[in-house]
Design a protein around this ligand. Structure first.
Ligand code: GDD
Ligand code: MN
Length: 386
């Protein structure tokens, strides 16, 4: 009978002790705040959350992309005194959407909100958003500038206002639900929904809400609560000219259900620009009296360097190489593209031998070479997963 163990004795005291004895509960609501150079806004935001979320067990997760102004250090100092304040510091990474995703995945709270760190969103809406979810009136609650008394007045220019309205209209066709402000950066949902859509999120650009709504494989119940978007009083907006392009790439990727990855698309566009640059420099070199081999060598090298920097700036802008990393990256890029070029020639020669058609052979060689360049440089130059 000695073999029948008393369950009370074999239980690991640490494993059950923590859950049973302490009576502690995790937070009910997690507020995710992406930040880049927002140090001067952090205290104000935390103070406002504290006031507006009385009665709710909340935590805030800041996701900071290693802001040079010391935002992360500042948040850490607050966190030393207050366990509700957490910070994820990402190094060598940039991106509003991907920051939100990492923040949302870092919590155990059943409800998750996303809000900007620059006080442009009206945080007093949070309790009502939370109620709507708790009463199961919605799957996602969006703070909306485009319903009822809502307003985008705080957007910095008329141009931004127009872009915002057209951007929301464009996305409306993509998302099955009827949403007025799908480009809002302020919303709340259940953590279970985050977990459900997470594997399908693109994480590109700034419009994480669209990413989520378009990644859900079922119709979602959406409630929009009106609010007035405030003007920014401290710091500056981080969005730039490329933000619009990223937005279109996100929509394209969502529309094609990821058959086309936006990176591959950008890589090929940059590749095309390289071909034009190569031809232009060759033409110039020949014009200046260089012999063909020298001219073509210079033109190829210049096109490769240009391709590297364009890809580093655009295609891999969220994990851009800087300083020595960029120098090493350029060397590996040129080496790998050289390999791609050799493959290009080999494939083209084989196809030409087989079919006798030069155009087909040329296209086949270029396509295989470009794919190889994309695959190899994404892994070895920019360190992406295969
Ligand atoms: N971690 C991280 N990384 N945070 C970022 C990044 C980044 O690359 N870029 C911006 N942020 C943070 C900012 O620090 C701020 O807290 C928030 O994201 C919004 O960025 P802003 O630079 O203030 O953008 P905006 O005001 O022009 O546009 C915002 O408001 C729109 C209207 O609701 C964005 O949040 C849009 O997504 C939103 O639709
Ligand atoms: Mn802002």
């Amino acid at each position: 009978m000695a073999s029948i163990a008393d369950p009370r004795e074999t239980r690991e005291p640490a494993a059950t002790g923590a859950a049973d004895l302490s009576g502690q509960k995790g937070p009910e609501l997690c507020v995710v705040v992406p930040t880049f150079n927002e140090r001067d806004n952090v205290d104000l935001l935390v103070g406002r959350l504290d006031r507006t979320l009385r009665g709710i067990a909340w935590e805030v997760v800041f996701v900071d992309d290693d802001s040079p102004d010391g935002t992360a250090e500042h948040i850490r100092a607050l966190g030393e005194r207050d366990p509700r304040i957490r910070c994820i510091r990402r190094i060598g990474r940039r991106g509003l959407s991907s920051a939100c995703i990492e923040g949302m995945l870092a919590t155990s709270a059943p409800f998750v909100a996303v809000i900007d760190g620059d006080l442009q969103h009206d945080e007093t809406l949070l309790p009502r958003m939370h109620n709507a979810l708790k009463e199961d009136a919605a799957d996602v609650v969006i703070a909306s500038r485009y319903v009822e008394t809502g307003s985008p007045e705080g957007l910095s220019s008329d141009r931004r206002k127009r872009l915002s309205v057209y951007g929301a209209r464009l996305a409306r066709r993509l998302i099955e639900a009827d949403v007025a402000d799908s480009v809002s950066g302020f919303f709340m949902l259940r953590r279970a929904l985050v977990d459900e859509v997470a594997p399908r999120l693109s994480g590109i650009g700034t419009k994480i809400l669209i990413d989520i709504l378009a990644s859900a494989m079922r119709p979602l119940r959406i409630v929009e609560l009106p609010y007035r978007f405030r003007a920014r009083s401290r710091g500056a907006s981080k969005l730039d000219a490329f933000t619009g392009v990223e937005y279109l790439l996100l929509l394209a990727e969502k529309l094609t259900h990821r058959y086309v990855s936006y990176r591959m698309l950008l890589f090929f566009v940059v590749g095309l620009s390289g071909i034009f640059l190569n031809l232009a420099v060759l033409r110039l070199a020949l014009f200046a009296g260089a012999d063909f081999t020298l001219g073509e060598s210079i033109a190829t090298a210049i096109a490769m360097v240009s391709n590297f920097f364009l890809n580093n700036m655009l295609t891999y802008r969220d994990c851009r190489l800087v300083g020595w990393q960029a120098v090493r990256g350029l060397a590996s890029f040129m080496l790998l593209c050289g390999l791609g070029a050799l493959t290009n020639v080999a494939v083209a020669r084989d196809v030409f031998d087989l079919t006798g058609r030069w155009l087909l052979a040329g296209i086949a060689g270029a396509a295989i070479g470009a794919l190889l360049n994309y695959a190899l440089t994404s892994i070895f130059t920019w360190g992406r997963r295969p």
